[in-house]
Design a protein around this ligand. Structure first.
Ligand SMILES: [Zn+2]
Length: 340
């Protein structure tokens, strides 16, 4: 089985996104949000069949671990109750996709975060998504302010209520920022990669992995700048007397393969042990074009893994085994959804 651990519902029905605009406008005007739009099963099917499902089939992947559109989380918009209602709507839609296509999609939740609001606020929605929807992970935004970094770093106890739940449920978090609201940081060109890199560094200098020995984080987009600068982080960890980088980080931190060219993928596989790499494409996502140098979509990342000089057993870990290990509830959820 080929499991893509990083996909978002970027093709969600128009009325869902339109309601979000109305909801945010209503909050600004201190009015109640309008009722949520009705979305039929056929409308959902249409967005998936011609989109993510078509690409799964064309590219030869089987299952996408699927979450709400990341830039659309917009934790910097509105207030805590705006985020709560929006997260509920987005997660419900993901659950509907997973119910309509149980063999192809398994859900991951967005959290109703807001800048400078305790993440305790997110626990009820997290519980609901795991217990009612069978979701197997969360996306955790280290910067709900959208580029202003107003919350404490991920090593701060501020985040511990979420970490306690992650360990309790055996679900990993993908560290994933949302849209940038500052013109100095392009959302997908710099803010995402900065979020990945900053998240890794925040965890590295913290005691999170001493306090939660079983917790697991996935750093998306190939780990941002981290694998390329592994020597820098090894040296920083050494100077700060934190220990050997691979020993302090690699029991708990994993990297996905959303790197959109072969040389980057080669570097990732050379620097990071095979056991810590999870296949992902983030399709249909930030980079949708065709690479004129190869004639294939940049985000058709399976081709790069296929081209790596690794054994079939190692590739099977990247494509399937590691995902089943990192997402502790995944195998049981695959069984459950396959039976459905
Ligand atoms: Zn993403």
């Amino acid at each position: 089985m080929i499991i893509d651990c990083h996909g978002h519902y970027t093709t969600s029905p128009k009325q869902h996104e339109a309601w979000r605009t109305e909801q945010v406008e209503a909050q600004k005007a201190a009015k109640a949000a309008p009722p949520r739009p009705s979305i039929s099963d056929d409308e959902i099917r249409e967005t998936i069949v011609g989109g993510q499902l078509k690409l799964q089939r064309e590219r030869g992947t089987d299952l996408t671990i699927f979450s709400p559109r990341a830039a659309g989380m917009g934790h910097h918009l509105g207030d805590a109750s705006t985020s709560e209602a929006w997260a509920a709507a987005c997660n419900e839609l993901i659950h509907r996709v997973c119910s309509l296509f149980p063999k192809n999609f398994i859900g991951v939740a967005m959290l109703p975060q807001s800048a400078k609001v305790s993440p305790k606020n997110c626990l009820a929605e997290l519980d609901r998504c795991v217990n009612e929807y069978g979701m197997v992970g969360i996306n955790l935004n280290p910067d709900p302010s959208g580029g202003h970094w107003q919350d404490p770093p991920l090593g701060d106890r501020y985040w511990y209520p979420v970490y306690e739940k992650m360990v309790e449920y055996d679900i990993p978090a993908m560290i994933h920022v949302s849209a940038s609201c500052t013109p100095t940081h392009h959302t997908t060109g710099s803010h995402y990669l900065n979020g990945d890199t900053a998240g890794f560094n925040q965890l590295m200098v913290s005691s999170v992995f001493k306090d939660f020995t079983a917790i697991k984080f996935i750093i998306p987009h190939g780990g941002g700048g981290v694998p390329y600068h592994w020597g820098r982080y090894r040296g920083l960890a050494q100077d700060a007397k934190l220990g050997v980088l691979s020993e302090i980080m690699l029991k708990n931190v994993f990297f996905d393969t959303c790197v959109y060219h072969l040389p980057g993928q080669e570097l990732l596989a050379k620097v990071i042990p095979v056991d810590n790499i999870l296949f992902a494409s983030e399709m249909i996502g930030a980079v949708r074009g065709i690479d004129p140098e190869t004639g294939h979509h940049y985000d058709d990342t399976k081709r790069y893994i296929d081209a790596l000089p690794l054994s079939a057993a190692d590739k099977a870990k990247i494509f399937e085994g590691n995902a089943r290990r990192v997402y502790g509830r995944l195998s049981a959820q695959i069984e459950k959804q396959t039976r459905a």
